[in-house]
Write a protein that binds this ligand. Sequence first.
Ligand code: FAD
Length: 456
Amino acid sequence: MTPSLSPIRSHHVAVIGAGAAGLVAARELRREGHSVVVFERQKQVGGTWIYTDHIEPDPLSLDPTRSIVHSSVYGSLRTNLPRECMGYRDFPFILRSGVSESRDPRRFPSHREVLTYLRDFAKEFAIEEMIRFETSVVKVSPAVESDGGDGIGKWRIESTEDEMKIRRDEIYDAVVVCNGHYIEPRVAEIPGISSWPGKEMHSHNYRIPEPFKDQVVVLIGNSASADDISRDIARFAKEVHVACRSNAADTYIKQTGYSNLWMHSMIERVHEDGSVVFQNGKTISVDVIMHCTGYKYHFPFLETSGSVTVDDNRVGPLYKDVFPPAFAPWLSFIGIPWKVVPFPMFELQSKWIAGVLSGRIPLPSKEDMVMEIKTLYSTLEAQGIPKRYTHRMGMTQFEYNDWLASQCGCSRTEEWRKEMYFTTGVRKRTQPETYRDEWDDHHLVSQAHEDFSLYA
Ligand code: FAD
């Protein structure tokens, strides 16, 4: 174990971002007695759930000098998790009494409803008083040797406010990074693309289907976004083709219920005449290629002299996906795992960080943390799991959550939440068109509401 921090000490903590992760981090840190400043470069809370018509000037979002549009949400987006399962554990995502008619009562509501919920959360726990809006963190670096002197690592945070008119340089005891992971796109490598004359874009810049009227569009990817967007666009486009590297090379399937939507294997190459050739041998003339290929972790403000890196989308080294041992507990990350139910996980990670910082919850020694990370990496390698899947959880997320809960002295994940997550996953695969509106897990909904009555 690390030499125990003085019992229950409060620290000056910076949180970067006021999305779903930063909001609950701020709440938990303050609950634990820390003083908290949240830096948020947008004008309001909600992060990626703040829908906007604006898109970035570079449709592929590869230009590092581009002006960033944070949201990746499209107009028709409804959640892919049921609201009971998706909400924070102690602030259920339900319609509260006295709500206005503008609320969306559906189980899988629109993005607007999620933003309203996050605003309600911020209001309920008076989070906004801790937030500096329209303030961008531009640099985070260690101010003194971590663990030097009093055992507290200090961090220098440089930020700009009011369109760079004000520049601040401040020292904090600890930094919690909650900057979101859906703005720095990954794009597929396509042989011949440099001379292909059509338009390329990333799903980050997709909002509405109308501009694709009468066009032939190829989407690359097999994620929730590729599923949703292909169906959205098929209402207007002449043809929609989805290419996916995990499909067998001979895949060529017309989607049931559609006259203009096909699934393919991956693109083999593209040509100067505008054609796209798939591995299944089909060749079509295409107007737009949309990369629905996900995102990269990106911390452009973080300067750690190589102690924390992003390598093939592995953020490392991180103990339990949260603390880099070299700086623990003074630097931490919330929201790194993916293929998870994010909000309740953010809540548990936040409680853990807050408790570790105050000295109430012990961390293993740096050496033990490093050892555990090394073991994890060799296990992944032995199983043939690529680095970029290091933070993918899926089935293991509940074990991870329960571990966090045990550290924090909280109850484990509710059984109904786990089951709801799994049954929704099955429905998504077996009835992709209707899973948001037709279900049979009514008993789980009832169990969830019984639990929610504790928090009403
Ligand atoms: P974000 O919401 O991205 O917030 C990060 C915040 O940090 C932003 O407000 C940003 O402005 C701020 N920030 C970033 N850099 C700086 C800086 N340098 N200085 C100051 N501020 C900064 N999750 C679900 O639970 N259910 C769903 O159905 C679902 N659907 C999704 C659909 C799409 C298309 C996407 C992209 C994501 C979806 N998610 C869904 C996942 C979603 O990302 C999480 O639910 C959650 O909103 C992530 O919260 P976050 O706080 O980590 O990041």
